[in-house]
Unconditional design. Structure first.
Length: 420
């Protein structure tokens, strides 16, 4: 359960939801376990004030979704430091390393190190040192050097090391899975090119051989010509989709750091030029509103991956809803330049919105591999930018990509190669 609640790469909104859930658990458990250890199974030492303080800290966490990202990070460090290492270590020592508190402290460390490793290490050091100081102030400092306390340290450190290794292993497996998917996708895409090329060549041959005749036979020939033209269009569409798949597959294993200065308007135009629209009507449903162009630090091919994924998802939402349009807004006049991709299609349910940037999550389940938006977020994070989504189910979805960092002077303006 803990593993499912706490994820190493949780998005801010998803993390806030998990923090709120854990805060609710902590707010209930603090007073309940006071009653349990004070009256039902009395322990040598209890402290109602510390528990009420912990419950109050947890109560703040119930509003984690409303906290700005920076304040959420600070709150999380403070809350973890107090509730897990500080409180459990202090109670462990004050109860003279009883079996109940030995097990409780170990469980607390397990929960702590299911968070991001750097955050967990900082909280562990801060909370443990503060607990030792509090024990000294309570006059129990001598017990810190007793065998009962010291013999727990190797167990704790082994637990921390094991959890860290497991998280690293999980990350490695995830990368291997991504690499495998990329390799498989690349192989399938390449294998599709040969039969598609054969189909297109045969259709072109048939169109040349068919006579152009007036009258009834001519009308039949015209209908066949239109059908063959549609086949050619679909083949070209598939070629474009293969290009998109190969581009996404190659992005999984490449370095994501920015090395170019790009124009957002040029990148949007390049993507619209190469996107495999299914029909003229679908192309007409996409509009571009240029309030002010802006330059940003990135990579042209990776930017195409982002824009293609956002545009494809928007068009799919319009298609599923059977209504709506797609609007791309380039807004560089703001302090924080941004790109907005807006669709008035099916929207996203509030319960699913925190999950859409999670790797391998897709909805409906047959709607893709679940790596598109996760890859977009990974690229954007590497560019020190930010991507988020605002949506209302059955109404609209707005994907916002913000570029708060100024373009570094060392980056030379390079036109996007994919636009040429």
């Amino acid at each position: 359960m803990v593993t499912s609640l706490l994820h190493e790469r949780a998005s801010p909104k998803h993390l806030a939801g998990r923090v709120a859930l854990l805060a609710a658990v902590g707010m209930v458990c603090m007073p309940v376990y006071y009653l349990l250890w004070q009256y039902f199974f009395p322990q040598a030492y209890e402290n109602l004030s510390l528990r009420l303080t912990g419950a109050a800290i947890c109560a703040i966490g119930l509003f984690a979704r409303r906290l700005p990202e920076r304040w959420l990070s600070l709150y999380l460090l403070f809350a973890l430091s107090y509730i897990l290492p500080f409180f459990f270590t202090f109670m462990f020592v004050m109860n003279h390393a009883s079996s109940i508190w030995s097990e409780s402290l170990l469980i607390g460390l397990v929960v702590l190190f299911h968070f991001e490793t750097g955050l967990a290490c900082r909280a562990y050091l801060i909370g443990t040192l503060a607990a030792c100081l509090a024990v000294v102030l309570e006059g129990e400092g001598a017990f810190l050097l007793q065998r009962e306390v010291l013999e727990q340290l190797p167990v704790h450190w082994f637990t921390i090391a094991a959890l860290s290794v497991v998280k690293v292993g999980r990350k490695v497996l995830e990368q291997e899975k991504l690499a495998g998917m990329a390799a498989g996708l690349g192989s399938v895409a390449h294998e599709l090119r040969t039969p598609l090329a054969s189909v297109e060549a045969n259709v072109r041959g048939l169109r040349r051989l068919m006579p152009q005749q007036p009258g009834a036979d001519g009308e039949e020939n015209q209908a066949v010509q239109q059908a063959l033209a549609r086949i050619v269009f679909e083949v070209r569409h598939m070629h474009h989709m293969i290009d998109l798949f190969l581009l996404s597959a190659s992005a999984v294993n490449r370095k994501l750091e920015p090395n170019q200065t790009l124009s957002m308007l040029e990148m949007v135009n390049a993507v619209l030029k190469r996107y495999p629209f299914a029909s003229d009507a679908q192309r007409a449903a996409v509009s571009v509103d240029v309030r002010s162009d802006f330059q940003f630090a990135g990579q042209d091919e990776l930017c195409v991956v982002i824009l293609l994924n956002l545009l494809r998802n928007a068009l799919k939402a319009v298609q599923r809803a059977g209504k709506g349009r797609v609007r791309i807004i380039i807004d560089g006049a703001r302090t924080v330049p941004r790109l907005l991709v807006i669709d008035t299609g099916c929207g996203i349910a509030a319960s699913r919105l925190p999950l859409i940037f999670e790797r391998f999550y897709s909805y409906p389940v047959h709607n893709g591999s679940g790596i598109g938006l996760a890859l977009c977020r990974q690229i954007v994070d590497a560019w020190q930018a930010r991507i988020r989504c605002v949506s209302r189910e059955h109404a609209y979805a707005i994907f916002i990509v913000e570029f708060p960092q100024p373009v570094p002077a060392r980056l030379r303006l390079q036109p996007p190669s994919l636009a040429r």
